[in-house]
Ligand binder design. Structure first.
Ligand SMILES: NC(=O)c1ccc[n+]([C@@H]2O[C@H](COP(=O)([O-])OP(=O)(O)OC[C@H]3O[C@@H](n4cnc5c(N)ncnc54)[C@H](O)[C@@H]3O)[C@@H](O)[C@H]2O)c1
Ligand SMILES: O=C(O)C[C@H](O)C(=O)O
Length: 325
């Protein structure tokens, strides 16, 4: 199967390309509350927009209309018996910050079956910000062009109360990322508000057993904020993606010892995902032996190792920031 893994910042999603694809010299994007893009033998026919055949539009009462576009609108010409019999029932997965960099990696893994399995059809509900809506439409188009068999439905929107409806998974990535010289703690105010609102929205409209994974930083604090704003959902369903620092510490120890990282174990990070964190080399092991027995350079362990793990993300963030430009 051919896949398009191009970057969200590639020319494929430039306004000019989007406009050309729409057959208009200027891209005039409507601002729908929720636009639905369907790919399903089961999907009801959807209203066509922007230069697409309008035949199905007449079949729907105005009240039932939802915006959509592209090949999903016309419903694939698949016969129901082509649908794999062993497939599970459709799972609704909401992703926020869907036009951003992290999502651009994740969405295609979700759509391909890499995350939920090759027998798990998926409906993607993509939440963007007002500012990112145009890029979000580009993301939907790239998903559309990838023709993933498991991807049965894509919807995009900017209202969490609409996008999170019936979500069984909510992968919350959308947040203001750090810029050069900015610490994560400085983002707490603005990102805290985002996660308070999204917690309320999940509480109101998501599946009662929705699993929430917070990625947007500071992710552990944001997860707590989200959880506290969703008192009707099980607290055990809220998680924060905090493994990154452990992986970074493992990687640094492996590099210094000249071993592959599977030989490094028992690594713990004390403190928050910030420049005050303490990566614990005292209890870590390499090939089952205490790190200090393998890495004799105590100065490196006590100074450079800690600073590198604390700061490495800044370096990555700058590089990725450069790539975005
Ligand atoms: N936990 C981790 O391991 C980990 C790893 C990498 C990045 N991150 C965090 O993930 C977040 C996203 O990073 P990125 O590089 O994709 O940033 P990005 O700027 O490329 O994308 C963020 C997207 O979120 C959108 N957005 C902002 N507010 C929103 C809202 N209220 N609702 C929906 N969408 C909104 C923005 O418009 C943008 O498109 C950052 O907070 C970053 O620090 C976490
Ligand atoms: O630094 C960030 O905020 C993004 C990510 O969590 C990282 O550490 O690289």
């Amino acid at each position: 199967m051919a896949m398009d893994l191009s970057s969200p910042y590639s020319p494929a999603r430039s306004p000019a390309t989007l406009a050309a694809r729409r057959g208009s010299p200027h891209l005039v994007l409507r601002r729908p509350r929720l636009a639905t893009v369907r790919c399903s033998v089961d999907a009801p026919k959807q209203v066509q927009v922007q230069g697409r055949p309008a035949a199905v539009a007449a079949e729907q009462a105005p009240a039932a209309r939802k915006e959509c576009y592209g090949v999903f609108c016309t419903t694939y010409d698949l016969k129901a018996d082509e649908k794999t019999k062993s497939w599970k029932s459709l799972v609704n997965v909401a992703v926020s910050g869907a036009a951003g960099m992290i999502s651009n990696h994740l969405l295609f893994k979700l759509a391909s079956g890499e995350v939920f399995g090759p027998d798990q059809p998926i409906a993607l509900k993509l939440l963007g910000s007002e500012r990112s809506l145009q890029a979000l439409e580009g993301v939907a188009m790239e998903l559309e062009d990838s023709l993933y068999p498991l991807l049965r439905e894509v919807s995009i929107g900017i209202d969490p109360y609409v996008v999170f409806e019936d979500a069984e998974w909510a992968l919350l990535i959308g947040a203001k990322p750090r810029g050069p010289g900015i610490e994560r703690s400085a983002l707490l105010d603005i990102n805290g508000q985002i996660f308070a609102e999204q917690g309320k929205a999940l509480d109101a409209v998501a599946s009662r057993n929705v699993k929430v994974i917070v990625i947007g930083n500071p992710c552990n604090t944001n997860a707590l904020i989200c959880l506290k704003n969703a008192p009707n959902l099980p607290a055990k369903n809220f998680h924060a993606l905090t493994r990154l620092d452990e992986n970074r510490a493992k990687c640094q120890l492996a590099l210094k010892a000249g071993v592959f990282y599977d030989k490094v174990s028992n690594v713990t990070i004390w403190g928050n995902h910030s420049t005050t964190q303490v990566p614990d080399f005292l209890n870590s092991k390499i090939n089952g032996r205490p790190v200090k027995e393998v890495i004799k350079d105590t100065k490196w362990l006590e100074e450079e190792f800690t600073k590198t793990v604390q700061k490495v993300s800044l370096c990555h963030t700058y590089i990725l920031g450069e790539l975005k430009r």
